[in-house]
Design a protein around this ligand. Structure first.
Ligand SMILES: NC(=O)c1ccc[n+]([C@@H]2O[C@H](COP(=O)([O-])OP(=O)(O)OC[C@H]3O[C@@H](n4cnc5c(N)ncnc54)[C@H](OP(=O)(O)O)[C@@H]3O)[C@@H](O)[C@H]2O)c1
Length: 272
């Protein structure tokens, strides 16, 4: 049974979050929301992303607000030398909880997205996900305790026009996460894969119709709190009414109808 008030005692004193840099003052990122919630629970944090200024600002805020220790690691997750940078900066830490949140994906029709962009999406979401689990998960296994949160998406469950790579890589994460949930319990490691619908964060600003899109959105803080609350409970968790709606539609309708509905929705999003 997971006691949510003593997570650092149960899992270990440090948590690591990929994609933890803050975006704007008004709209927090999802990784940033995890950082606040884990810091409030007393975890010391390793914060990973590319933007040093954002990371350092967040680290300072968390230290001042919650009195925790932080370590910022400014790296590009597509960097082939990633582990040469990351290993020395984390090797001395007892990392008990890990949130794999960072993502990259290019949108557009399949042939309009360069092969480099497609490979980067695979690199960050698939290759790095496996490597982080291999590296930090192995330490958790040897200690007999730990927790892994994989931030996937409800988009893992259907093919999405103009986002073909996104649905594919998120499905990879969901299936990997559910499988290791089943395997890792025997080692004392809780795994949860989060399947949020659209999240109300800074990325929404880039979408012309963000006001309409916001109506379907879930707060980053809810993604963090709901997924953390599901640690120890199940292989994956759908987050938001949108995600639940998609799930139930899928149970009732043939796949080609689901893909057609999503196609209409994406078309509307791009037109407006
Ligand atoms: N946004 C949505 O509507 C939505 C919906 C469902 C699921 N999700 C999932 O939720 C997770 C968070 O997505 P989000 O959109 O809310 O973003 P976010 O957590 O607000 O920001 C993404 C983070 O990833 C970092 N990042 C991106 N590329 C990186 C790279 N190459 N190397 C290192 N760090 C990198 C960014 O920081 P830097 O730019 O500083 O590197 C940023 O901190 C993702 O896994 C996403 O698939 C999102």
């Amino acid at each position: 049974m997971v006691d949510r008030d003593t997570l650092p005692l149960q899992y270990g004193p440090w948590a690591l979050i990929t994609g933890a840099s803050a975006h704007t003052q008004t709209l927090p990122g999802t990784g940033e929301a995890y950082a606040h919630q884990l810091a409030r629970q007393g975890f010391n944090l390793v914060l990973i992303a590319r933007n040093a200024q954002h990371l350092n600002l967040l680290a300072e805020t968390l230290h001042n607000k919650y009195g925790i220790q932080t370590r910022t690691v400014c790296v590009d997750l597509t960097d082939p030398d990633l582990w040469h940078t990351l290993k020395p900066q984390t090797i001395d830490l007892d990392i008990g909880l890990m949130v794999l949140n960072a993502t990259y994906t290019a949108s557009g029709e399949f042939f309009d997205v360069s092969i480099d962009a497609k490979q980067q999406a695979i690199e960050i979401n698939c290759t790095r996900t496996v490597e982080f689990i291999e590296s930090f998960g192995a330490s958790m296994k040897s200690r007999g305790r730990g927790a892994i949160v994989i931030v996937s998406s409800i988009a893992a469950t259907y093919g999405q026009r103009n986002y073909s790579m996104y649905g594919a890589i998120k499905a990879f994460q969901q299936n990997l996460g559910e499988a290791i949930w089943s395997e890792f319990r025997q080692h004392g490691i809780d795994v949860i894969t989060a399947l949020p619908g659209p999240i109300k964060n800074a990325n929404f600003r880039r979408i012309k119709t963000h006001k309409q899109f916001f109506a379907f959105g879930v707060e980053p803080a809810d993604v963090a709190s709901i997924s953390l609350a599901h640690l120890g409970k199940g292989p994956s968790v759908r987050i938001s009414a949108f995600a639940h709606g998609i799930f139930w539609l899928q149970r009732c309708l043939p796949r080609r109808i689901i893909v057609a509905v999503v196609e209409r929705y994406i078309g509307w999003l791009y037109r407006s």
